[in-house]
Design a protein around this ligand. Sequence first.
Ligand code: UT7
Length: 334
Amino acid sequence: MTGSLAPSTGQRHAALLGIGSYRASRVVPNSELVDAIDSSDEWIQQRSGIKSRRWATPEETVQMMSVNASRKAIEHAGIDVAQVDAVIVATVSHMLQTPAVATAIAHELGADRPAAFDISAACAGFCHGVSLASDMVRGGSAKHVLVIGVERLSDITDVTDRGTAFIFADGAGAAVVGPSDEPGIGPVVWGSDGEQFDLIRQREDWRDVIVAEDPRMPHLVMQGNAVFRWAAFEMAKVAQQTLDRSGISADQLDVFVPHQANMRITDAMARSMKLPAHVRIARDIAEQGNSSAASIPLALDRMIADGEARSGDLALLIAFGAGLAYAAQVVRVP
Ligand code: UT7
């Protein structure tokens, strides 16, 4: 054996340094969707908590929304874009499968040729990205990582499907993860259950679409009730494990930001965790809908803007969805 490899050495701690978001501009009220799915505004609000959702215009591409959210996150972090040395984009709705949209976003931002790649963990994507970024900063492979969760789910939503037409939405959220004197991102609790792979998925893959007599987008389909039960029961346990692993009690928590999947899931988790009344709970879904990988940073950014989450607060993030895949961590609000 010859030579010895230099060890990679990173920062002692990592934290969220800044956050930013971009909401797709078109407000789509329930009333616009109900006729095609034989539903009602009342049913949708009662079952999901959604009053309206945001859908993107043609100009609001995955790249455009990501760049806008990222500029705000970089400004909030108080760093120069040249300091971003890695970009992670979590998305399932960038229609060009390759190359990764992360490289184009980095280029448009004017970053200095950072590492840039996409990850696919559906609604859990942002929390996966934050965990990777935290490990990268502490492991020494990057110092400032831009993590983006972005979706244009309206492109792959069947507006005639009763089970999904009213749920999905579009937007982008971004966070800068970088060095910190104190731990700002707690240990991740994450995992998957591939036995339930089919519960939320695209109806078919692109090869089936191409050979079909009547080609159509491979829309998302979901066995909503089974997902609901899994999310409400299993994810409450994961949320509790995350607090335990972080050494944080529910009393010490300030903010709870679950994936904005369904207001009833949020309420069931909060009840099951016995969250004290002082914990502010993200309820962005009412006006945003479920924007998958973008939902948590969009919700947290709104809470910061509304004064419900303050810098230094402890926030529990928990994301879950197709795969089934999930990831959760406690973070300090930047
Ligand atoms: O982001 C990834 C993770 N995703 C989630 O976590 C989503 C989880 N699932 C859900 O949010 C809920 O399952 C939905 C909101 C999608 C549906 O609510 P549900 O309470 O699970 O409804 P269900 O599918 O059990 O259907 C209940 C009833 C049925 O009628 P009957 O059989 O009780 O007479 C359905 O036919 O509601 C009926 N129904 C509707 N009625 C009006 C189903 N969809 C609709 C609709 N409008 N759109």
